[in-house]
Design a binder for this molecule. Sequence first.
Ligand SMILES: Cc1cc2nc3c(=O)[nH]c(=O)nc-3n(C[C@H](O)[C@H](O)[C@H](O)COP(=O)(O)OP(=O)(O)OC[C@H]3O[C@@H](n4cnc5c(N)ncnc54)[C@H](O)[C@@H]3O)c2cc1C
Length: 508
Amino acid sequence: MANTYDYVIVGAGSAGCVLANRLSADEDTDVLLLESGIPDEKAEIHNPTMFPHLMQSEVDWDYSTVPQEGLNGRKEYWPRGKTLGGTSAINAMMYVRGNPWDYDRWAELGNDGWSYDEIRPYFKRIEDFEGGESEHHGEGGPLRVEQEHPYGEVTNALIDAAVEVGFDRNEDVNAGQQEGMGPLPLTVKDGERQSTAVAYLHPVLDRENLTAQTGAHVTRIEFEGDTATGVTYVQDGSTYTVDAAQEVVLSAGTINSAQLLMLSGVGPADHLNEHGIDVEINLPGVGRNLQDHLVASSAYELLGDPEIEPGEVLCQVTGFERTSPDLLAPDLQYFLARVYFMRHGFDNPEEGAGMTPSTTLLHPESRGRITLASDDPFDDPLIDPNYLEKEADLEKLVEGLKRTREIGHASALEEYRGEEVWPKGEVESDEDLREHIRETVQTIYHPVGTCKMGDDEMAVVDERLRVHGLNGLRVADASIMPQITTGNTNAPTIAIAEKASDMIRDLE
Ligand SMILES: Cc1cc2nc3c(=O)[nH]c(=O)nc-3n(C[C@H](O)[C@H](O)[C@H](O)COP(=O)(O)OP(=O)(O)OC[C@H]3O[C@@H](n4cnc5c(N)ncnc54)[C@H](O)[C@@H]3O)c2cc1C
């Protein structure tokens, strides 16, 4: 293996696989992709129905938060993918761009080039959309996006129930208008998961100018003066240092990109000093601005053993709603699953079938942080999302939870609905609902924001994703989002990586 590459990409996740593909498209460029996890050979990765089996498996970092005061002191489980494809190899495959307002807001914060009109071409470039090319969608891109899955009778009844309680139908949540209830686009092709490893990396692994290493855990970024010159990594117990003639690109995700910067002396100086780490540059925003989506659910027994259609996906309906007409974008997202999904599935009843209407808080006011537990690169960092610190977050979830119960109790579901399993017992008052939320709410796995893009004192990267104050170092993954998007975060992360690759190659 060579010792010098043009680009060294850290992390082969949602973003890293995209970058490996796009940067190595230039034959005169040598690219090294370093992934801490194992190859994506596990059969359960590729079978969409097996996604719950990936939790706490060997392809999951299996993180947990510190105890969360807002969740009655509970520690929350945080899965993250540790394999080629990263978290796109273990996620629920939902493909949601977010709201045009998200990107316009990023641009308004001073990030030129990130308005929706400017990022939309990148979304189109990603897609091989089942519905074909249109003003809103791309065709022929690397990532297959399908949403025409057959609906069984229960899924149809769930949609009817939502319409009965006031939701409009929305046949395409990625066409700019998110409100209403309708099909959930999925990154699935021919019944198999489309991780970014499958869609972007494997098809180009035979390029001579691309080297991908698994089991390669990057432990620090190397610097000469204020220029990043390469990285050090550990593989099979040996330590290697490789040089990046052009750039190091961090795509290790919201937790590990921030951790790696801090381990390398890039972060809040006082915190680095606490751990005896030499400060390369004081960037107080590294690890801060952590935002995540929480999901609260009601759940019902499903009666009558209704049939599942061949090819039916068990959570294929989503919807968006604004709790106030003054809001510029929806603040609650709904999922209607014709299975139990209670606290990561860990609290599902052992017997019987269920339905789980759930609600996600899209724009939390609470902000958390990632900090180092020690200067050991193999130690987990401390994850403190600071869930529900702001009362407004809890109150919005109460509103959303009431909506899920309206859906659950709608007459359209009469034939199928058994006992309400969640919330448990006599739960009627707002205080009862708050307590149910504190006891049961879970992450829907969308942490972002710990290396935020911007030009204020807490920003970590500029609008071209270059780390402030340093040369030869960018971050391109979910961590750069200044504000979390209105929906699931995989598609936005892939678009960020697509745009980053053009910026790195000076194509825009
Ligand atoms: C269970 C689950 C379900 C989800 N469902 C959905 C969904 O349905 N739809 C959706 O849009 N989003 C979903 N998400 C979220 C979405 O998948 C993530 O937002 C997205 O994958 C983040 O991409 P990333 O590139 O920032 O990080 P990742 O994809 O996590 O990539 C980071 C990569 O870096 C590697 N790495 C980390 N540290 C190092 C190191 N020191 N050295 C080398 N390599 C390193 C990791 O192993 C990983 O491969 C889900 C997440 C989870 C956990």
